[in-house]
Design a binder for this molecule. Structure first.
Ligand code: TRP
Length: 462
């Protein structure tokens, strides 16, 4: 054990690890990203593809990250270096990915806080024009001081503050209380949304399997979304598993975390899409689903404003438990591998990512505009939003996941990987041969095909 691993502490309990890993996985990806993607990629057919991606590729990669982390007891880069130092650059890739994700993650995290405050002080303004309120936050009527600067800054400050103090204690304890609460609230709101007058068209849309909506793009979006939602492809799960001991059953943990994360995404889908149909608020492609649409649900239930406050508070919390896991990945690399001082690193990284992130929100108000630069009031802004998501979800996360599978399956070898997964034979793993096959053959090939297809599709879309 190196000095740095000794300092990192351990998860206090088995359930603490599951909830912390689930806390990293369950985030804006499930509630803000997923419903919009399901809606625009064909509803029911997309759900089927998404679930297949999680079951066959997501679980395979997650267990791959877990075995690498627990075996080496190191952060993502350290783990890869220990197995083969030639590949240490891959760690740098993960850090870049996390950095780009955080640029926009903190912005959207800030929006959740803006909505907490919004429902507390001006819910009637939101109810009067939900879409207008959302666009206003993004800067449709003047510079979005709150949406792009003030709230994202508070969100980032909180994330950075937690990270600079070390994650384990606080996050683990909070996760134990708040994650189950989020789950219950989602189910309640989902039921209400599905029973709104006119919601059945939305429920049908999500349940109807229409094969004609399946195209290469749907596979691409589903895979990228699965990696993003399960926190795979940048070594976060390697790092989390490095805190575990041989007593922990990695196989069942993988199953539980993937199951919980997918449930939350599906609940969010069935909470938001039926509301889109019932209220007629179609937020387009700009990520407004979790913000503008839900006003229709809160408006229609007794005490809805309280539910609104609670909902955005829990969404905010889900976002923080994820953003800290991403920032931790970036900071741990710079501290443990490059010898930088922790607090300084946190501040430096935060400042840069905040400045870039501001452009994300600015570019959202112009989502109907194509092109790289847009001009407003004499200032040109780059259309960052789509580009950042393209780069991370279609390229960088799949590349990171590919590395994990190749590492665990080929360089380290499936015999070693299975031995680690079963804690040296302590736990049963009936599907071990299947996992080995998926890890070595199916997942890498599928990921490569999807990355290549994505490059061509990506070009033709933009
Ligand atoms: N999974 C989180 C979400 O759904 C985001 C996230 C946290 C993430 N850690 C990650 C994504 C690591 C990719 C890699 O919101």
């Amino acid at each position: 054990m190196t000095a740095s691993t000794e300092n990192r502490g351990q998860f206090g309990s088995k359930i603490g690890f599951i909830l912390s890993a689930a806390g990293s996985a369950v985030g804006l990806g499930n509630i803000w990203k997923f419903p919009g993607k399901a809606y625009s990629c064909g509803g029911g057919a997309f759900l089927v593809i998404y679930i297949l991606m999680v079951v066959f590729i997501g679980t395979t990669v997650m267990l791959g990250e877990f075995v690498l982390g627990r075996k080496t007891q190191k952060n993502a880069i350290g783990a890869i270096r220990e197995l083969n130092s030639k590949f240490a650059w891959v760690g740098g890739l993960g850090v870049l990915t996390g950095f780009i994700i955080l640029c926009y993650y903190c912005q959207v995290g800030g929006w959740t806080m803006k909505y907490i405050v919004g429902y507390i002080i001006e819910s009637s303004t939101i109810y009067a024009d939900p879409m207008g309120y959302f666009l206003n936050m993004l800067g449709a009527n003047g510079f979005p001081l709150q949406g792009a600067i003030i709230f994202p800054l508070i969100f980032l400050f909180l994330t950075a503050f937690i990270i600079s103090r070390g994650v384990a204690e606080g996050i683990e304890k909070m996760s134990k209380i708040l994650m189950p609460l989020l789950f219950i609230l989602l189910i309640g709101l989902m039921i209400r949304s599905c029973t709104l007058p006119g919601a059945d068209a939305g429920v049908m849309y999500m349940l109807h399997f229409d094969p004609s909506t399946i195209d290469a793009n749907a596979f691409l979006v589903a895979l990228g979304q699965a990696f993003f939602s399960l926190s795979l492809g940048m070594g976060v799960m390697i790092t989390y598993a490095s805190y575990l001991s041989k007593d922990d059953n990695l196989i069942t943990n993988t199953g539980i975390i993937c199951f919980l994360d997918t449930c939350v995404a599906l609940f969010a889908g069935f909470m938001i899409i039926p509301a889109v149909f019932a209220t007629g608020i179609d937020p387009g492609m700009g990520g407004g689903f979790a913000f503008a649409t839900l006003a229709g649900v809160f408006m229609s239930i007794p005490g809805g404003t309280i539910f609104g406050i609670l909902f955005y508070f829990l969404l905010f919390f889900a976002a923080v438990t994820s953003s800290t896991s991403i920032l931790e990945g970036t900071v741990a690399f710079l501290v443990e591998e490059k010898g930088m001082e922790r607090k300084k690193t946190v501040v430096m990284v935060s400042v840069v990512l905040f400045i870039i992130g501001v452009f994300y929100t600015l570019s959202q108000a112009y989502m109907d505009l194509k092109g790289i630069w847009i001009s407003r009031e004499g200032i040109s802004y780059p259309i960052f939003g789509d580009f950042m998501e393209y780069l991370t979800d279609r390229l960088l996360l799949p590349l990171g996941a590919l590395t994990t599978t190749v590492f665990a399956g080929w360089i380290w070898g499936t015999d070693n990987a299975i031995k680690e997964a079963t804690s040296d034979g302590k736990y049963k793993f009936a599907l071990a041969p299947l996992w080995a096959f998926l890890l070595r053959i199916v997942a890498p090939i599928a990921i490569i095909i999807i990355i290549i297809a994505g490059m061509f599709l990506g070009m033709s879309i933009s």
